[in-house]
Design a protein around this ligand. Structure first.
Ligand code: NAI
Length: 324
């Protein structure tokens, strides 16, 4: 039997975690032969609800679960964590401006970045799901000077998966027939789902769909999918977000099947200068991700890649004073 790995989940009494924690516990993230210790973080007022989640996790008698820790102290929940899924965040309240939201979350993610820096495994892999995910990931990484910035990532996989299915349905194929999908930039309505390099069943996607569908249907549908779910369900994406978080972490740890999209520190690749967490096409192998280089970028793509980059730079400017 392998040694257990420690997996921290924040916002563990929330709706995403109500799917995420159970799927991780059942082995969906790291495999059915990898024992896990769950380390669950909540804010103090949600500890009763979290204890209910722990009771239910116990009631599943999951073979892989070795221990469950529930705490309202990040220094306890992140202790020796090998993986940290930062899901908990402050939602936008009535009358709250975008700047207020960024600041409220900046306070949370700077404290959690510091705690990860102090107590997590030196090899911890961090995925930020809580919105604004890219900028929250940036804040956490800037507050963790002893960890590599590349250990912090933001979740773009839900956008990536949404794009896969939209294209598969349009072309009458399965999502597994689609390769080299890319979503660039921010997890927001400015994200750019790019079909320029994408293939379906080995054929260029842009030869299979009309240009008008790509520009005026596909791109806005993927960009606005979160809002469409809220309208239909009366609540934001939860099980699909949990599934995407599992895909992201599994691929990072165990390797990806081709290109996937991850929000990672910009390093100048594709002209995106450092200082923001930008979603790039990556391939994961041997526990690491690497940006896929040298893809051609035409004017249509460049304009959209720059628009989403500019939004991330504006978000950064709003929290500059909290970047440590
Ligand atoms: P939720 O409101 O159901 O749960 C969030 C939980 O986080 C709550 O239980 C709350 O008490 C907890 N929390 C708040 N501050 C915390 C802190 N400082 N430490 C620990 N826990 C804290 O929200 P839900 O639906 O689970 O979504 C969580 C976040 O994920 C939201 O910010 C949402 O916008 C974001 N999201 C991101 C997606 C992405 O693709 N990146 C997709 C879907 C949601």
């Amino acid at each position: 039997m392998k040694d257990p790995v420690r997996i921290a989940i924040t916002g563990a009494a929330g709706q995403i975690s109500y799917s995420l924690a159970f799927r991780i516990a059942s082995g969906d993230m790291l495999g059915k032969d990898q024992p896990v210790i769950l380390q669950l973080l909540e804010i103090t007022p949600a500890m009763d609800a979290l204890n209910g989640v722990v009771m239910e996790l116990n009631d599943c008698a999951f073979p892989l679960v070795q221990d469950i820790v529930a705490s309202d102290d990040p220094n306890v929940a992140f202790k020796d964590a090998d993986f940290a899924l930062l899901v908990g965040a402050r939602p936008r309240g009535p009358g709250m401006e975008r700047k207020d939201l960024l600041e409220a979350n900046a306070a949370i993610f700077s404290a959690q970045g510091k705690a990860l820096n102090d107590v997590a495994s030196r090899d911890v892999r961090v995925l930020v799901v809580g919105n604004p995910a890219n900028t929250n990931a940036l804040i956490a990484s800037c507050n963790a000077p002893d960890l590599d910035a590349g250990q912090f990532t933001a979740m773009m996989r839900l956008d990536h998966n949404r794009a896969l299915t939209q294209l598969a349905q349009k072309t009458g194929k399965h999502s597994t027939d689609v390769e080299s999908m890319i979503v660039w930039g921010n997890h927001s309505a400015t994200q750019y789902p790019d079909l320029a390099h994408c293939k379906v069943d080995g054929k260029p996607a842009l030869e299979l769909v009309e240009r008008d569908w790509y520009e005026n249907d596909f791109i806005p549908t993927v960009q606005q999918r979160g809002a469409a779910i809220i309208k239909a369900r009366g609540a934001s994406s939860a099980a699909s977000a949990a599934s995407a978080a599992i895909d992201h972490m599994r691929d990072w740890a165990l390797g990806s099947d081709g290109i996937v999209s991850m929000g990672i520190p910009a390093d100048g690749s594709y002209g995106i200068e450092p200082g923001i967490m930008y979603s790039y096409p990556v391939v994961c192998k041997d526990g690491k991700y690497e940006i896929v280089q040298d893809l051609a970028v035409d004017d249509f793509s460049r304009e959209r890649m720059t628009a989403t980059e500019n939004e991330l730079r504006e978000e950064r400017a709003a929290v500059e004073h909290l970047l440590g």
